[in-house]
Design a binder for this molecule. Structure first.
Ligand code: CDP
Length: 211
């Protein structure tokens, strides 16, 4: 019997990993988890509860997290992304979210999960690992369009600053930093359309499955 197909999709903010991951989930009929939403929910709840993202407020939010809140559109805002990255530096927060993510990866059907540490920490044995990236300028423009589409009034230059800051924080933290797994395949989507990125991702997965 072949093992269930688990696909790990990691990469920096607005790299296109969510689009690639949802496309793969649809293609292979697999359940999909956007792990960034867990951190977004923790950041938002910690701030709502205590006015700031501290280790104590974020850990309490992570321990009591109800996955039902993940559908809240408030988690998709620029502010939520910033709060998420603040909450994500705390090892106790990461530990509190670990089991949920590992269980999701281990369900018998297989799974697609996207995030920062899926191929390195959450599902190191995943059959296929993609590291999706794009230049900071391209990522800023994508995020800017997305936020404007959601009705947020934002400046492109400010989004580029956000993206650079978040890259630095996510890559520089001690706990599970954003890192490409040794056995991940790099997918640079800077010059790719959504269809081209989806096609490249499918080919990466097919190659990994054939090994
Ligand atoms: O969509 P975007 O790439 O902007 O962010 P996201 O995937 O929703 O993640 C928001 C923040 O959560 C990131 O900047 C990371 O700090 C954190 N995160 C993490 O540390 N580990 C994950 N597996 C997913 C997200």
């Amino acid at each position: 019997m072949t093992a269930p197909l688990v696909i790990a999709v990691d990469g920096p903010a607005a790299s296109g990993k969510g689009t690639v991951a949802t496309g793969l989930a649809t293609l292979y009929g697999l359940p999909y988890l956007d792990s960034g939403l867990l951190y977004r929910a923790v950041g938002v709840l910690a701030e709502r509860g205590s006015g700031a993202v501290t280790e104590a407020s974020a850990e309490a939010a992570a321990r009591g997290l109800d996955p039902k809140v993940l559908d809240d559109p408030a988690l998709r805002t620029r502010a939520a992304g910033e709060l998420a990255s603040q909450a994500a530096v705390f090892p106790s927060v990461r530990a509190a979210l670990l089991i949920f993510q590992r269980d999701f990866a281990a369900q018998g059907s297989g799974a697609v999960i996207d995030g920062r540490d899926i191929g390195t920490v959450i599902a190191p044995a995943a059959r296929a690992k993609l590291f999706v990236t794009a230049s900071p300028e391209v990522r800023a423009e994508r995020r800017w369009k997305q936020l404007k589409g959601q009705g947020e009034s934002v400046e492109l230059a400010d989004i580029l600053t956000d993206i650079r800051l978040r890259d630095e924080r996510d890559s520089g933290r001690a706990a599970a930093p954003l890192l490409m797994a040794d056995d991940a395949v790099l997918l640079d989507t800077s010059n790719l359309s959504i269809e081209q990125a989806a096609d490249a991702a499918r080919r990466i997965v097919e190659t990994a499955r054939a090994l």
